[in-house]
Design a protein around this ligand. Structure first.
Ligand SMILES: [Zn+2]
Length: 232
């Protein structure tokens, strides 16, 4: 694409002024008869388009400046040429805007893709609740606070002492009563010596930083234990 944002140049403005002055001088001097024959259409078109490239000493220019027929033709051609040029500038400007918009859209898409890729890294976290108290229902106990990043988390939970083996559901919620579920995952507890541990994948990428609750629910007793959770 050829970009041409040139407005009529100063050289062309000067040329027009010069033609006008010549014309007035001739009229004032009573020289109303143009010298020589009318130049052909091609010359006038050249004069209208690329006036600054034509030597002012060319006798045909002198003729055009005094001949009302040539002058009228010349001015019409210049007006047409300028309006074509303005249209070209307009079209070029629109095309440039479209290209810029496309570039911005592609760049934004790339950035989103890259930030999503950066966010999709899995962060391993361990939460030790061995000595922790928790909410059971609405009863606050000795609370253990937990902090997790707003990312994809591979979470290992060491359950409080005396926890039962079996299937658990781990959930992140807004409320301490299971309301406002952010994410949850079910898993079977692993026994490590005396400790029961849970391993779950939690996607916390859409969670805003703030206060939440992490809960564990045993499939049989259906009692949920809630721990205050800070997402950073
Ligand atoms: Zn003429």
């Amino acid at each position: 694409m050829r970009v041409n944002l040139r407005w009529p140049s100063r050289a062309e403005d000067r040329f027009e002024k010069w033609i006008e002055q010549r014309h007035q001088e001739r009229v004032l001097a009573g020289e109303t008869t143009p010298r020589g024959p009318c130049p052909d259409e091609a010359f006038l078109r050249d004069l209208a388009r690329k006036s600054k490239r034509i030597a002012l000493s060319d006798p045909r220019v002198d003729h055009a400046a005094t001949c009302p027929v040539c002058m009228r033709r010349l001015l019409t051609m210049r007006r047409e040429h300028q309006s074509r040029r303005q249209k070209l500038v307009f079209v070029t400007t629109v095309a440039t805007c479209v290209v810029i918009a496309a570039v911005i859209t592609v760049a934004r898409h790339e950035m989103e893709k890259r930030s999503l890729a950066a966010n999709s890294a899995v962060v391993a976290e361990t939460v030790n609740l061995w000595d922790a108290g928790a909410f059971r229902g609405q009863q606050p106990g000795q609370l253990q606070s937990v902090t997790l990043p707003a990312a994809r988390v591979r979470l290992t939970i060491i359950l409080p002492r005396f926890s039962s083996p079996g299937q658990y559901v781990v959930a992140v919620t807004h409320g301490p009563d299971g309301s406002g579920l952010v994410t949850e995952a079910a898993t079977l507890a692993n026994n490590r010596g005396q400790q029961e541990t849970l391993s779950v994948n939690l996607d916390l990428r859409r969670a805003h930083a703030g206060q939440y609750y992490l809960s564990t629910t045993h499939e049989q007793d259906q009692a949920s234990y809630y721990y205050p959770l800070q997402i950073r």
